[in-house]
Design a protein around this ligand. Structure first.
Ligand code: AMP
Length: 600
């Protein structure tokens, strides 16, 4: 199949009439970024003027930026939690939004160990769809012929729950895949997936993945791009193939479907797709039984032009592993979004991961930017400096603050972005990091306080042995799939004859997992996206060596603090060379679907 990719400097003409419109829309929005922002804020303030929240600040119908900024405070989730709680409990009055809250979107960010609940309104689905509609027209400028084949995308829905007041609470992508926007999307030759809706919409992750992989294998010659939302998801699919290829090959050879796939709608739709194909089965057996899985993606799907996965932010840790499995296919990071709001897209999706910049689309919400000085920590005083989208400065770092149609006002998202350039009058940003995230394997985000508490909870098990944890640090081990948390412990054992035995240290691993937030535990128990937590006990004096090392590299002895997470290879190597024993969590932690916010 001849598919040409175009160097980024020479853009292809738009692939079709729809693309012309989409690209013109991007130009229009980015050329008029400031005016669009002004208008979006006025629209939001007018729509939500009568809400309880906005009324509180005495805007008196003002819709301009100055009044808004003077009267309305910048907030975090914790500040608006009482309002969210009331909505969750069934208060249908216009608390945050004048439009009815249609559902809650559950963020992977947590509050008190549980997912944050983001209220949304029905019309937000259209806004999200509008951003999705821009992705292929942009991509078509760089890669030609994507209408001549399909995309193998591993997409999943997750369990949903109800709040005490009866609103559905689920992740934003589950909401999108279950919406008519996705389910009854019009045919677009540039956006044909190998996965049938029935497979994507099956909440059982094994059955869903099995069916999606099977379809991907059956249509291997047609596949032009392979993707998942995040890099970790694509690697999970590779791991699935490693574990299940024999059964998959058997099904392909015989034209049957694994009896463990019991979902009636998947079974029904697979009838039309499956037919005995011993030749393909032999090929898959041959490829997958090889010891070396390097380049497996391009061997099994030889026409793949690129991987469509996010590898920015916490996902950058997976780039080497993806390079290995794909034989260094390009990786396209196409968009930047969250449960609170979809932000923008990458206008040069085929650029290197290290050069990815996202252009925030000025029509998605009203955006402000809080100066972030990497070395100064939180801004002091009550009035942090915030600037508008059109006023950010090249090279500076900011925390993103949003005001949405659904009723979030001057809400701190927690993402730190750096201005890397401009497209017309709209700034472009590299994603620097999410604030306060120490460890992340998949969508879990563990901060320093959570890690500290987990260590405290677990070290309670050492009391009987008159032992304690004197120092610790952590490391996200992503070399194996799934990755797992590694915690280095230096112990003080007062009575060496009564040192904590291995069994107790194993239980400490589990106790830490029990203490971590619900997104972590869901990753362990339901999604299988995180492996058992590991404690590596290091020799006494190791952390002093760590300090000596840091000081030899210029750290100030007075200000030295033990890093609570390490990823610099020489430091990890130093720690590993001092390991006395390693311990893993012997079982899964508890996880039950959350009851989002109980009454009262
Ligand atoms: P959630 O709240 O679970 O919807 O997660 C949204 C968060 O995921 C964002 O606020 C970012 O921290 C992160 N995220 C989303 N898209 C990207 C991206 N393209 N690159 C890096 N991080 C991202």
């Amino acid at each position: 199949m001849a598919i040409e990719s175009v160097p980024s400097s020479s853009l292809s003409p738009p692939a079709c009439e729809k693309d012309v419109k989409a690209l013109e829309f991007i130009e229009e929005m980015t050329r008029n970024a400031d005016a669009v922002q002004e208008q979006i804020l006025a629209e939001i303030l007018s729509q939500n003027a009568e809400t309880e929240y906005l009324s509180r600040f005495g805007l008196k119908g003002a819709m301009d930026r100055d009044t808004f900024k003077t009267l309305v405070p910048v907030v975090t989730y914790e500040d608006i939690k009482p309002e969210i709680q009331r909505i969750a409990n069934g208060d249908r009055s216009n608390i945050l939004s004048s439009h009815p809250i249609s559902e809650f979107l559950t963020s992977s960010g947590t509050s008190a160990g549980e997912r944050k609940l983001m209220p949304t309104i029905h019309e937000e689905l259209d806004r999200r769809q509008q951003l999705y509609n821009l992705l292929m027209p942009v991509m078509n400028q760089y890669v030609l012929g994507l209408d001549k084949g399909k995309g193998l995308y591993f997409l999943f829905v997750k369990a949903e729950t109800k709040t005490p007041g009866g609103l559905v609470a689920r992740p934003v992508l589950t909401s999108y895949y279950k919406s008519d926007h996705f389910k009854t999307r019009p045919y677009n030759p540039f956006n044909v997936y190998t996965s049938p809706n029935e497979a994507i919409l099956c909440a059982d992750s094994f059955q869903s993945m099995y069916a999606q992989m099977l379809c991907g294998l059956l249509m291997r010659q047609e596949v032009l791009r392979v993707g998942a939302v995040f890099a970790s998801g694509l690697l999970r699919a590779i791991r699935f193939l490693q574990i299940n290829w024999q059964q998959l090959a058997r099904d392909i050879s015989q034209g049957t479907l694994n009896p463990n796939v019991t979902d009636p709608s998947i079974r029904e739709c697979m009838v039309g797709i499956l037919a005995p194909n011993p030749e393909l089965a032999a090929f898959i057996t041959d490829q997958c039984s090889k010891e070396d899985w390097g380049g497996i993606i391009s061997r099994v799907w030889p026409n793949t032009k690129y991987l469509d996965v996010i590898v920015t932010g916490a996902m950058a840790q997976y780039i080497p592993t993806l390079d290995y499995y794909s034989g260094k296919l390009p990786m396209a990071c196409t968009m930047y979004a969250s449960s609170e709001c979809y932000f923008g897209l990458n206008l040069k999706p085929m650029c290197k991961p290290s050069e990815v910049s996202y252009t925030i689309m000025p029509n998605m919400a009203y955006f402000e930017f809080m100066h972030h000085e990497p070395d100064l920590g939180e801004p002091r005083g009550s009035t942090p400096r915030l600037v508008d989208l059109a006023d950010v400065e090249l090279g500076k770092e900011y925390e993103l603050v949003i005001t949405t149609y659904a009723g979030l006002c001057r809400y701190r998202v927690g993402d730190i972005l750096r201005v890397s350039g401009f497209h017309n009058a709209a700034p472009q940003f590299t994603f620097v990091r999410r604030k306060n995230v120490l460890l992340s394997i998949d969508s879990d985000k563990t901060d320093e306080a959570e890690l500290q508490k987990a260590i405290e909870d677990a070290s309670g098990l050492l009391h009987d042995f008159n032992a304690s944890v004197v120092e610790y640090t952590s490391f996200a081990n992503t070399k194996a799939i799934p990755g797992h948390y590694v915690i280095y412990w230096e112990l003080l054992v007062k009575d060496p004859m009564n040192a904590p035995p291995a069994e107790i240290l194993n239980r400490c691993c589990l106790a830490m997992e029990e203490s971590l937030n619900s997104v972590y535990r869901q990753g362990r128990v339901v999604d299988n996206s995180i492996g058992p937590l590991e404690i590596r006990v290091v020799k006494g004096g190791t952390f002093e060596e760590l300090m000596d090392y840091a000081i030899s590299r210029g750290a100030s002895i007075n200000q030295y603090k033990v890093p609570r997470c390490v990823n610099f290879t020489p430091i990890v190597e130093l720690l590993d060379s001092r390991v006395i024993s390693a311990h893993f969590s012997p079982s899964l932690p508890r996880w039950t679907p959350e009851r989002p916010m109980t009454l009262g």
